[in-house]
Design a protein. Structure first.
Lengths: 180, 316
């Protein structure tokens, strides 16, 4: 007898078992949560919170077409709630364009890593929902409609969020380059 | 996608590899769900004692069994085995206990109850997925390294692994009906297992015991790193059961002065007498593990003079 969510005994509907689903999707959820929260502990906590919330509603959620959207939405909301609670207390980070390339890397790779690290750091300056939209677009490669379902907003809002996020990132990069 | 967007995609992809691993995710979720359900139900009665378990000197009485919800006696000829968050019924005749990764530690010729305990370092040099036919034996194995699914082997042997409450349960046998029957009994431990053990090590106040008369039975819960290793019950008559339980702990402990790097084992014993139930706990920090690990003979069974090592748990 597989351990299932409380409503899993409804045998008329083929729904994924909670444990199996978490086993299959857990790593992806943690990657998503980590990219959104940028912190190991917060990522694990956000995913656990989301899954615990999903567990009690598993029968309904798993019969729907996309349990992952529910869980990802919960992860984003958990991070936003925490963000509000702690007045945007982010994890310590390097200055956005600080060169964090390692000394033993070849110049080309070092520059590339420094750019990536700078972008990573810049993402931290985005509001949580914008950051989630960026992750869903540029890491998960999801279309606007799917992102909208996860973020519980319209596709137009998604496009707007991503547009603003990109504008912020580009402006910040340009400002930092001028300072240099 | 322009260069800025590509840079973002590359950066996210690169940093995604730093995400935390998912190996403890499911167990963590179930642990939190259990904590929600059970709250602090254990509490006051459970006792914690010294690092070395040979001095047992005080006592505490309770007037009733601490886990009245524990029920469902196994079918005759079967007994419950528990590990971390799951318990499963196995044939009572399966009396050989092994700690390690399947299938190598098993001794040929006897069905095995195996546990890949946390203090065991993975598969080690054992790379075989199944033993040779003449060495092969039936087993149920907790948390072995193989993935959930069904494997067919030569000679009509089949191994099935299911994930139950975050713990993998594997059964190897030629008897499909037996395999199905064992696996179908596997269930998450809700509150306590058949022996009254909680999946997580209980916390509480202490008290020690020097002697108890009229002992009718002793339930033992063993924990390592806070997680349940095994539950068992001794039902030898009168005080023998308690003495036997203490011997188990004494045999287990090989201790020396100073701190030891290994996480402590923790035993909670529920001692039943004709009139009361007493809870005693022992924390032990072995600096090295004895080669005659108690798990080898079965959860908390004395190697001598038991004629049927696992008979007593199956009767409760």
């Amino acid at each position: 007898v597989q351990h299932s969510g409380p409503g899993q005994r409804d045998e008329d509907v083929e729904a994924p078992d909670f444990d199996e689903w978490v086993t299959q999707r857990g790593a992806a959820l943690l990657r998503f949560a980590y990219l959104v929260t940028r912190d190991h502990h917060r990522a694990e906590e956000a995913v656990q919170d989301a899954l615990i919330s999903a567990y009690s509603r598993w029968a309904r959620i798993s019969r729907g077409d996309d349990p992952e959207a529910y869980v990802r939405r919960s992860i984003v909301n958990a991070d936003i709630s925490r963000w509000r609670r702690f007045f945007r207390r982010e994890t310590p980070r390097a200055r956005p364009t600080e060169d964090t390339g390692r000394a033993d890397e070849s110049p080309d790779h070092a520059v590339g890593h420094a750019e990536h690290d700078a972008v990573w750091a810049l993402c931290a300056t985005l509001p949580a929902k914008q950051r989630a939209a960026v992750v869903l677009r540029y890491y998960e490669d999801l279309p606007d409609a799917d992102i909208a379902r996860i973020l519980d907003c319209s596709p137009a809002t998604v496009r707007s969020q991503i547009h603003r996020a990109l504008a912020t990132l580009r402006t910040t990069v340009e400002t930092e380059e001028v300072k240099c | 996608m322009d260069s800025s967007e590509q840079l973002i995609a590359d950066s996210l992809s690169r940093h995604a590899s730093d995400a935390p691993p998912d190996d403890r995710l499911l167990a963590g979720v179930h642990a939190r769900l259990r904590r929600r359900r059970t709250g602090r139900s254990i509490g006051a009665a459970v006792v914690a004692a010294a690092a070395v378990a040979t001095a047992i000197t005080a006592s505490q009485s309770l007037t009733a069994r601490p886990h009245p919800e524990v029920a469902q006696a196994p079918v005759a000829g079967w007994r419950w085995e528990s590990f971390k968050t799951v318990e499963v019924q196995v044939p009572a005749s399966w009396t050989q206990y092994v700690s390690g990764a399947a299938p190598c530690p098993a001794v040929p010729g006897q069905p095995v109850v195996g546990r890949l305990n946390d203090w065991v370092g993975g598969r080690g040099q054992c790379t075989a997925s199944v033993l040779e036919l003449d060495e092969r034996q039936e087993y149920v194995w907790f948390n072995d390294l193989r993935a959930p699914g069904i494997e067919q082997y030569d000679g009509g042997w089949t191994e099935e692994t299911r994930l139950v409450a975050g713990v993998k349960v594997s059964v190897l046998t030629r008897d499909d009906a037996l395999r199905e029957r064992i696996l179908n009994t596997a269930r998450a431990i809700e509150g306590t297992d058949h022996y009254g053990c909680t999946p997580r090590q209980p916390r509480g106040h202490h008290s020690m015991i020097d002697s108890i008369d009229d002992v009718t039975a002793v339930d033992i819960c063993e924990y390592y790193n806070g997680s349940l290793v095994a539950g068992s019950a001794l039902t030898s008559p009168q005080t023998t059961a308690f003495d036997q339980a203490l011997s188990v702990v004494r045999n287990f402990v090989v201790s020396r002065a100073g701190s030891c790097p290994q996480a402590p084992h923790f035993f909670v014993m529920t001692v039943h007498t004709h009139s009361t139930t007493r809870l005693v706990s022992f924390g032990v920090s072995p600096c090295r593990r004895p080669t005659n690990n108690v798990i080898f003979w079965g959860p908390h069974q004395q190697p001598q003079p038991l004629s049927h090592p696992a008979a007593s748990p199956s009767t409760r």
